[in-house]
Design a protein around this ligand. Structure first.
Ligand SMILES: Cc1cc2nc3c(=O)[nH]c(=O)nc-3n(C[C@H](O)[C@H](O)[C@H](O)COP(=O)(O)O)c2cc1C
Length: 179
């Protein structure tokens, strides 16, 4: 059994990427894993200031909701991030979340496998390429970690529209089930 942390970064109600992330959670639970689901909705997360104090004191000087969430990242075996594609990149809120995990850079971390789920209006096969590259850059900074894959779900724009795409929901479920 693995500890799986899912971080859903879309802030809108009825988010497509969040619905997919929930399907991945369901698959992982069905496979017997312990799953924790985090949504960044209603979370207070400030930008990283770049002071690098975290590299000396192993925690962030900014007092907000990240303190608790960084601990969850550190103690998970597997991370699944979900994001809407914004201007052919990951959402700003996911990027901010990753930046704020900087206290982990100088510490021992457990997480190995890292996955990404994206939704976008554009259905081009390369639509999630930049977002995946961005996350791969973060993963490369943690020697024990490995970027496994991205599940790009294109052609999705309206709230809850993903529910009409059973094949994509099934892919997200399988992603979780096959961890
Ligand atoms: C600020 C903004 C930028 C976006 N940029 C893109 C884009 O570059 N390419 C694209 O295909 N869709 C783009 N979209 C559409 C979203 O990716 C799409 O609606 C997605 O399904 C939203 O996911 P969510 O429901 O999980 O929030 C953008 C939407 C917003 C609000």
């Amino acid at each position: 059994m693995k500890k799986i942390l899912i971080v859903s970064s879309s802030l809108r109600q009825g988010s497509n990427s969040e619905i997919l992330a929930q399907e991945a959670a369901r698959g992982a639970q069905d496979a017997g894993h312990e799953v924790e689901f985090l949504s960044l909705k209603d979370k207070n997360i400030n930008f990283c200031k770049g002071c690098l104090a975290c590299q000396k004191i192993a925690k962030c000087v900014i007092k907000d909701d990240m303190a608790d969430m960084i601990g969850k990242v550190q103690n998970a075996d597997v991370l699944i991030f979900s994001t809407p594609i914004y201007y052919y990149e990951m959402s700003g809120q996911l990027k901010t979340f990753l930046d704020r995990c900087n206290p982990l850079f100088s510490q021992e971390n457990k997480f190995v496998d890292v996955y990404l789920i994206t939704t976008s209006y554009d259905d081009d096969k390369n639509v999630a390429q930049a977002a995946a590259l961005g996350l791969q850059g973060w993963v490369r900074c943690f020697p024990q970690a490995n970027f496994v894959k991205v599940l790009p779900c294109g052609g999705i724009n309206e709230v809850k529209e993903i529910n009409e795409h059973k094949e994509l929901l099934a892919k997200a479920y399988e992603l979780g089930k096959n961890i």
